[in-house]
Unconditional design. Structure first.
Length: 117
């Protein structure tokens, strides 16, 4: 058991993105699922890509355009997003504010594949 402030978790830049950072909130010994805090600076973006594993996301603050498959969403604080495994998706913090969300995934091995625009 543990309790810690998420601000104390080490953040790192996400490769091939603009203004995006990620922090792992779950402990290293976690066996089942991971919770990560992802932040996009206002104007930041994450290009269209796929993952081998599904994602569940909860928006903490800000607004962004989030593309999932053929759908485009205006995601904002309080929204919950589900991204099935293998479905192309992207993020753009293009509404004038930073975009902060929690991303929950399983500990299964993931593979990220960039999708041509």
């Amino acid at each position: 058991m543990y309790c810690k402030a998420s601000e104390t978790c080490e953040r790192s830049e996400i490769p091939m993105t603009v203004g995006a950072t990620i922090a792992r909130l779950s402990p290293e010994e976690e066996q089942d699922f991971l919770v990560r805090r992802i932040s996009l600076e206002a104007g930041g973006s994450m290009p269209r890509h796929t993952n081998r594993i599904q994602h569940q996301q909860f928006v903490l603050s800000g607004e962004a355009t989030v593309g999932i498959g053929e759908e485009t969403y205006h995601a904002k604080a309080g929204d919950f997003l589900y991204i099935p495994a293998g479905v192309p998706h992207y993020y753009a913090a293009d509404h004038g504010s930073d975009y902060l969300f929690l991303c929950m995934i399983t500990t299964a091995e993931d593979e990220i594949v960039m999708v041509d625009a």
